[in-house]
Design a protein around this ligand. Structure first.
Ligand SMILES: Nc1ncnc2c1ncn2[C@@H]1O[C@H](COP(=O)(O)OP(=O)(O)O)[C@@H](O)[C@H]1O
Ligand SMILES: [Mg+2]
Length: 247
């Protein structure tokens, strides 16, 4: 089997308290009267698809359509409410600024923190440190706490660490759309090198042009359901339903 990722009938529900309760007394009264209602919000519904090894797989859809939730499930950060995901190989998730970062630590310390989150040893990180810093182009700021960084600068660190070793599956959630154009180009180039080396890439981007340029397969999510899946030919069909759940 040459699947890199197999998503099998995955659904994701979030429980959200429907009523806003102002104080403990009110809560107890409602509890006694059995008036506590929990709304079950379905972020993903019966999603099934496969990603082949070496694919650059794009996910498109409006804000709130479930893209990040799906990526977190594939990365193993979230457990689906129903269904299953099988992943062949190592996953490097570049999901959200914040995961694997500590704002009070310097860029240098965050590089080591990120490395350990991805399972790299401290020795290995020491060996690769110069290379990571060089790719990130943040030499001058290496001992500055990253709370002073722009989101683009933080994304540079994350990308530089996550791609220092070829992962089997690289997951990028919107990270390539932050930062300047030149760095984006450099990241794209590195992704293309990984692709030629059989790394599977899953990409969510604001830029439909970027998806079209880089991806050979595309999944279009709408309100937690698959609207379309296929090759680049689905891009011209992409007319998001703006009545939908946009935030
Ligand atoms: N932890 C959570 N609790 C409740 N609702 C959530 C949670 N995470 C995501 N959602 C909801 O699930 C829906 C899909 O979110 P998300 O996967 O982030 O969409 P996208 O990445 O496509 O913008 C949104 O309506 C969002 O509000
Ligand atoms: Mg998202």
């Amino acid at each position: 089997m040459t699947y890199a990722v197999e998503v099998n009938n995955v659904s994701m529900h979030f429980n959200m308290n429907k009523d806003k309760i102002d104080n403990l007394k009110e809560y107890c009264i409602k509890l006694l009267k059995r008036q506590l209602f929990f709304e079950d919000f379905t972020a993903l519904q019966n999603i099934s698809f496969t990603i082949n090894r070496g694919d650059v797989f794009g996910i498109i859809g409006l804000n709130g359509s479930g893209k990040s939730t799906l990526l977190k499930i594939i990365s193993g950060i979230l457990k689906p409410s129903a269904g299953s995901v099988t992943v062949a190989g190592t996953v490097a998730p570049l999901i959200e600024l914040g995961a694997g970062f500590d704002a009070d630590l310097t860029a240098r310390e965050n590089i080591f923190l990120n490395g350990s989150v991805l399972g790299f040893s401290r020795d290995f990180m020491r060996q690769k440190f110069e290379e990571i810093v060089e790719f990130s182009e943040l030499e001058e700021f290496i001992d500055v706490p990253i709370k002073n960084f722009s989101s683009g600068m933080v994304a540079r660190i994350g990308f530089s660490v996550a791609t220092i070793v070829k992962p089997d599956i690289l997951i990028c959630d919107e990270i390539l759309s932050v930062g300047d154009y030149k760095f984006q180009e450099k990241c794209e180039k590195r992704i293309q090198e990984l692709m030629s080396d059989q790394t599977t890439v899953i990409l969510v981007s604001h830029s439909i042009e970027q998806i079209e340029r880089m991806c050979n397969r595309i999944l279009w999510l709408e309100r937690g359901c698959i609207k379309a899946i296929g090759g680049r030919e689905i891009i011209p069909l992409y007319q998001p339903d703006f009545e939908g759940r946009d935030s």
